[in-house]
Design a protein around this ligand. Structure first.
Ligand SMILES: [Zn+2]
Length: 330
């Protein structure tokens, strides 16, 4: 594998957190949805983080306008297509795009299963125009409770050949992962991969729960384990990966400064950590920016950067053959 260039990957990237402000603006005009301000420029602060939010839930509020303007399946298809274009333009060779179908459907009472179908259609259209590999991850939004998550899961499993993994995201603080054990049993039975947002707004217990009860093999963020040697040892032993998102963790107030991001701790520990964006359009960042600040602010060296890329390649949800194909296509 040495000397072969490694693909640029983003494994933690929310499709519904990457709706272009300009598209939100245009869809609002088209769909007669009134916005709080009269120019696109003034609208940006409503849909993009300016510096740092009070907490995770304040951060997530910035995603709400993006889904509020999706009044038809064509709108959903359009933003899925644009997500492929954006990922390609960011220089990515491979991206795992995740989305919560109920969150995207709820404002205009779209059929949740149809939304999943529209996303898949939009992605496939994008893949005809842009040379990039994409896999989809379905999200259960814990914020909406147990029943809505079952609705999301049913809709996603109806397309299980097009969905590679299931994630649990949203309000980690108020909705413990223990509420969703039954959901993730169904995910295992369906043979899909599991990644869970944990240790972001919640503590180490939430991470243990995601690993032991939800059977996650990858943890989104996992910031909480940085101060817990026993948990990091446990993750090493169980080969659990961490999807780090540096700017996001600062913007949600999970870490107090970018400089203090624990990604270095994870690397030193030998954990399979990779670097990702989270919600590029909402955050006003892209993957190359994250690699840049990982070096210039967090202080990672070239070797660390290579390890992050190798880890992403190792823990991504591509099959062995797909990995081989991807390497050959570079
Ligand atoms: Zn996320």
């Amino acid at each position: 594998m040495k000397n072969t260039p490694l693909p640029l990957m983003d494994l933690h990237r929310h499709l519904d957190g990457n709706i272009r402000p300009k598209t939100i603006w245009q869809l609002a005009q088209k769909n007669n949805i009134s916005l709080p301000v009269s120019t696109l420029e003034d609208f940006i602060p409503y849909v993009q983080i300016q510096n740092q939010e009070a907490d995770l839930m304040a951060f997530l509020k910035k995603l709400d306008w993006g889904v509020a303007v999706l009044s038809s399946l064509d709108d959903v298809k359009q933003i899925a297509y644009e997500n492929v274009e954006d990922a390609f333009n960011a220089g990515l060779h491979y991206a795992e795009l995740r989305f919560s179908p109920y969150y995207m459907a709820m404002n205009h009472k779209l059929n949740v299963q149809d939304v999943v179908g529209a996303i898949i259609d939009g992605i496939n259209l994008g893949l005809k125009d842009f040379k990039i590999k994409i896999k989809l991850i379905g999200i259960l939004s814990r914020t909406f409770g147990v029943e809505k998550c079952q609705l999301e899961l049913d809709a996603l499993l109806a397309f299980k050949n097009n969905i590679t993994a299931i994630d649990l995201a949203g309000d980690e603080y108020n909705f413990s992962g223990s509420l969703f054990v039954e959901h993730f049993k169904q995910v295992q039975e369906a043979g899909l991969h599991i990644t869970v947002h944990a240790g972001e707004a919640g503590g180490v217990q939430s991470m243990y729960q995601a690993i032991d009860e939800l059977k996650a093999t990858r943890i989104g963020h996992g910031v909480a384990c940085a101060s817990d040697e026993a948990l990091m040892d446990y993750m090493l032993e169980k080969n659990i990966a961490i999807e780090s998102c540096i700017t996001s963790n600062y913007q949600t107030g999970t870490i107090d400064s970018i400089k203090n991001h624990p990604i270095k701790t994870f690397l030193n520990k030998g954990l399979k950590v990779c670097l990702n964006t989270d919600d590029p359009a909402v955050q006003g960042i892209e993957i190359k920016h994250e690699f840049k600040i990982a070096q210039s602010i967090v202080g990672l060296d070239d070797n660390d950067i290579l390890t992050l890329k190798q880890n992403a390649f190792d823990v991504c949800f591509l099959s062995k053959d797909e990995k081989k194909d991807l390497l050959n296509s570079l």
